[in-house]
Design a protein around this ligand. Structure first.
Ligand code: WQD
Length: 299
């Protein structure tokens, strides 16, 4: 309902089902005459994937196969797929990451995403009338500017922005910064934070490109700009008008110093450029946090 409210249109129809449920997904596809599928349904926590890898391959690869089988049975041949920068060898220490950078996921989550991409590319090779848009997200962040839609992690958030948001909301005492001795300008980790609404626009551009080109693409979605943990923490303090206390903690296993993308192919193939900066990300997140925790006093 809030999607409809935010979009100023009737709420979209929702069917709840497990992405691995062949019958449910097939029946839905059979009833609905979809023109295309955007497939986001997956598990996405790196640390969680290390502790329960089979679940990640079951959902992220098995679930995708269920979707592909249902599409094949119902003549649906366009798919936009949510992939991730984690498929790359992020430890290679290169600068801006291009789509032809070496693969090398160092966790089951990233391996499941790379495997899913390989399943899709095999499907496209087997069925030339299929076209697939593979979008490799860098660091999605922020919330819908209406303040009506955003992320609310069930358990302690892995990711930086939701964690800072919970500190700002008084749900946590301080931000633990995983290392300040990285080879980066201020010693804290550098990442490419892309606003979730820019990311959404990238998906629409991908769908348009599939319609226009009649073939697929593989594109990085990011801003092309790297920001450190301290940059984000300060931007959030500015957005919420209060201090975000922090402590330096040991490095987190699997982390790398720096990861941000080359945006050339996104511009060339999708005509996509991220428009929103870290201030817009933090302002939208803070507005959403006040929706989540109404007792939080505005700054
Ligand atoms: C960002 C930076 C941390 C939390 C992961 C996945 C990736 C994608 C995005 C799904 C790093 C630092 C974080 C904290 C911190 N997910 N940090 N304290 O690790 O770049 O990417 O999320 O597609 O696949 O790997 O994102 O938000 O966890 O960390 O200091 O409490 O913030 O060290 O430098 P990451 P992140």
């Amino acid at each position: 309902d809030r999607i409809g409210q935010a979009a100023g249109r009737p709420a979209p129809r929702v069917v709840e089902a497990d992405i691995r449920d062949r019958t449910a997904i097939h029946d839905l596809m059979e009833r609905s005459q979809f023109d295309a599928v955007m497939h986001f349904a997956g598990l996405k926590s790196v640390s969680d994937s290390v502790s329960r890898p089979a679940e990640y391959f079951d959902v992220n690869v098995g679930g995708l196969v269920t979707v592909i089988q249902a599409m094949k049975s119902n003549g649906v041949r366009k798919l936009v797929f949510s992939s991730s920068a984690t498929v790359y060898d992020l430890g290679a220490g290169q600068g801006a990451i291009r789509e032809d950078a070496p693969f090398g996921p160092n966790n089951p989550y990233g391996q499941s995403k790379l495997m899913a991409e390989q399943v899709l590319q095999a499907q496209e090779a087997a069925a030339p009338d299929w076209s697939v848009g593979i979008l490799r997200y860098f660091n999605p962040a922020g919330a819908h500017p209406s303040g009506l839609i955003g992320e609310c992690p069930a358990d302690p958030p892995d990711n930086l922005l939701p964690y800072i948001a919970q500190v700002a909301a008084g749900q946590r005492q301080y931000l633990g910064i995983f290392g300040d001795d990285w080879d980066t300008p201020d010693g804290t980790g550098v990442r490419d934070y892309v606003h979730i609404t820019d990311l959404a626009r990238g998906h629409l551009a991908s769908l348009d490109a599939l319609e226009r080109d009649g073939h697929g693409h593989v594109v990085n979605l990011g801003t092309g700009r790297g920001l450190s943990v301290q940059d984000v923490r300060r931007a959030y303090e500015h957005a919420c008008g209060r201090e975000i206390p922090f402590r330096i903690l040991p490095r987190r296993p699997g982390d790398v110093a720096s990861c941000y993308c080359d945006t050339q192919r996104a511009r060339d193939v999708l005509g996509f450029e991220a428009r929103q900066d870290v201030d817009a990300i933090c302002a939208s997140s803070w507005k959403w946090v006040r929706h989540l925790y109404p007792e939080v006093s505005p700054s």
